[in-house]
Design a protein around this ligand. Structure first.
Ligand code: FEO
Length: 394
């Protein structure tokens, strides 16, 4: 992010990373990202809320230099992950008088990850406050916004919530505030799906905790700032509370066309029965799209051919990812084909142990599908449509 004023004395001083295309060596970021950092100047003290990924620390340093900040009292660390904390050592070199303010758990993690000295810390309890003079920071512990140590920081007088990953989005844009609701919805849902989906219950608790606060602005540490916070709050509410939808996800991989023919037939069979389908060719798909879809779907059907006697590694990887994200799926199955023998069904079902799903009769066949195989796919489509109807999934 370029240096931008949110209000007099409150500046966004982080960095836009337009070119980043992969996060955690796993998560695609097709629209780049940003590492937002915020400088808050009170009448007596100055605080920096979160830093930036160390690869872009020069942007933060330059922004603080432009603002002529030669002294800093506090570095608020909402989250120990290095895309936000990684420039703390550099900030402490520039501002050795600053105290690092964080949860007790975060302190331990920062010592482990960044080798910070015990003496630099000021740990804060849940709802503890810190005065900057005419401005007051309140620290709200919000554990498991994908790591256990997380908190958010509420600036009382200005009603701004600095939420770090919570409500964030991997989206690079030059403007400070959200410009396009559809774009931010997709980016934020992608981010939610990729890292917060396994922690829906914790996110529910954290949303519940924030209900008591009047929030005019949500300033996350990735993506644009929300000056209409109800939009992202409502989106989160729906992602963590809504029942699954009448959707089947069908990630698949096929080598010579047999599994692909089954997928084509099965997708049509589901559509004819009023079931919505999202199909992903795992040879080319952006796994972030699969993560987005996992937020809402009721059923996962993995389509896989057989490689060396087992599931194709792409299919195994998709099943492993779905299992790790622990979405609210209710049903799962497998379709596909083998030449002379396969352990694919056991491998895929064995990879879904975190999910509380009913596994429906797989359709895993020898060779290219025959008439009876298509009939088996019809029966699987019937079962899914019936179960979705019975559960009232819309
Ligand atoms: Fe953006 Fe969990 O770090």
């Amino acid at each position: 992010m370029n240096r931008l004023d949110i209000k007099p004395g409150i500046d966004a001083v982080g960095a836009i990373d337009w070119d980043r295309r992969l996060f955690d060596s796993l998560i695609p970021t097709p629209d780049g990202t940003s590492y937002n950092s915020y400088l808050i100047r009170g009448s007596q003290k100055k605080a920096l809320v979160d830093t930036v990924d160390p690869a872009m620390d020069y942007v933060l340093i330059n922004n603080l230099d432009q603002l002529k900040i030669d002294q800093l009292d506090y570095i608020i660390c909402n989250h120990a992950e290095q895309d936000h904390s990684g420039s703390i050592p550099m900030m402490l070199e520039l501002y050795p008088e600053a105290k690092v303010v964080c949860t007790p758990k975060c302190k331990g993690m920062l010592i482990d990850l960044l080798h910070l000295d015990e003496s630099v810390f000021l740990t804060v309890n849940d709802k503890e406050t810190l005065s900057l003079g005419d401005r007051t920071l309140e620290f709200i512990h919000a554990p498991w916004v994908h790591w256990p140590e997380t908190m958010v920081t509420y600036l009382r007088e200005d009603k701004i919530l600095f939420s770090c990953d919570f409500f964030g989005a991997h989206l690079a844009q030059s403007a400070l505030y959200v410009q396009d609701g559809e774009i931010i919805y997709e980016s934020a849902k992608r981010y939610f799906g990729e890292i917060m989906l396994p922690f829906r219950v914790n996110i529910q608790k954290n949303l519940e905790k924030l209900k008591d606060y009047k929030i005019d602005i949500i300033a996350p540490s990735h993506g644009p700032v929300h000056n209409k916070p109800e939009y992202i709050l409502n989106a989160y509410h729906s992602w963590v509370y809504d029942e699954p939808k009448n959707i089947v996800l069908l990630p698949y991989v096929s080598m010579h066309g047999s599994t692909k023919d089954m997928v084509n037939y099965f997708v049509e069979a589901l559509i004819q029965r009023g079931v919505n389908v999202k199909q992903f060719d795992l040879a080319v798909t952006d796994l972030g799209k699969l993560a987005i879809a996992l937020v809402d779907a009721a059923t996962l059907v993995v389509g896989t051919c057989t490689v060396l006697g087992g599931a194709h590694p792409f299919a195994a990887s998709a099943a492993f990812l779905a299992n790790a994200l622990r979405p609210n799926l209710k049903f799962a199955s497998i379709i596909g084909s083998y030449g002379w023998g396969s352990k694919a069904v056991e491998q895929i079902t064995g990879a879904l142990t975190n999910l509380k799903v009913e596994v429906l009769e797989p359709v895993y066949i020898k060779g290219h599908p025959h008439e009876e195989d298509f009939k088996a796919l019809d029966r699987l489509a019937d079962t899914i449509a019936q179960k979705h109807r019975q559960n009232g999934y819309k």
